[in-house]
Design a protein around this ligand. Structure first.
Ligand code: ADP
Ligand code: 5GP
Length: 200
């Protein structure tokens, strides 16, 4: 069985990464999604275990010490991390898995798993980024922090395999689906040995 492919999506906060991932998961029922741990407080409507595992700083640090994260990083002054066990299992079982993580996390994954697919999502403009952050009703402090960090995050885009503009949501989802389809068709991800034993 071919092993699962890791698909990393990063974007400045407020670009629409969570919205795009939700839509993509509705369309691609075969895709799995990693649920991260974080020390930030839940936003209205966010549920423990569905959107994030919301942990205290003590619990998070304990998990770091036990090596339970594939990667972790401090983003906007809070801890975020990808649970290692879930990802190992999905890869082994052949499930393609989506991770919506920041640029530090993406760089760490690239070092550990070089064939992960890295997609960077950008807003159509800084003005629309501000509007989207405001629409989410984040506090003004949180909006300011996220906007200030967005410039540094945008410079990391060059390290990604693909750049997608989230202007029209459905078009952006179409483009990400096209990337997934092409990446799955890579010779290196297919079991050539079974199809043509002499060519492998
Ligand atoms: P992120 O996960 O990148 O921080 P969200 O998915 O929470 O961002 O989206 C931030 C806000 O932008 C939400 O209110 C969402 O509905 C809105 N949004 C997302 N994508 C689009 C889009 N293509 N056009 C307009 N608004 C969008
Ligand atoms: P938010 O608080 O807006 O949900 O996320 C803030 C930032 O943390 C986003 O860039 C998001 O992608 C990132 N993030 C979420 N989970 C993880 C994770 O497990 N690891 C890393 N490195 N970043 C994460």
């Amino acid at each position: 069985m071919p092993k699962g492919m890791l698909v990393i999506i990063s974007a400045p906060s407020g670009t629409g990464k969570s919205t795009l991932c939700r839509r993509l998961l509705q369309r691609r029922k075969d895709l799995r999604c990693s649920v991260s741990c974080t020390t930030r407080s839940p936003r209205p409507g966010e549920r423990h275990g569905k959107h994030y595992f919301f942990l205290t700083r003590e619990d998070f640090k304990r998990k770091i010490q036990r090596g339970e994260f594939l990667e972790w990083a401090v983003v906007h002054d809070e801890y975020y991390g990808t649970p290692r066990h879930f990802i190992d299992q999905q890869i082994k079982e052949g499930h393609d898995t989506l991770l919506a993580i920041d640029v530090q996390g993406a760089a760490a994954i690239r070092r550990k798993i070089p064939d992960a697919v890295l997609i960077f999502l950008v807003p159509p403009s800084m003005e629309s980024l501000k509007e989207r952050l405001a629409a989410r009703r984040d506090s003004s402090e949180s909006v300011a922090k996220r906007l200030a960090n967005s410039r540094g995050e945008l410079t990391a885009a060059k390290n990604y395999d693909y750049l997608v503009v989230n202007d029209d949501l459905e078009r952006a989802v179409d483009q990400v689906e096209a990337i997934l389809t092409a990446e799955r068709l890579r010779t290196s991800r297919q079991e050539l040995r079974e199809l043509a034993p002499h060519a492998a």
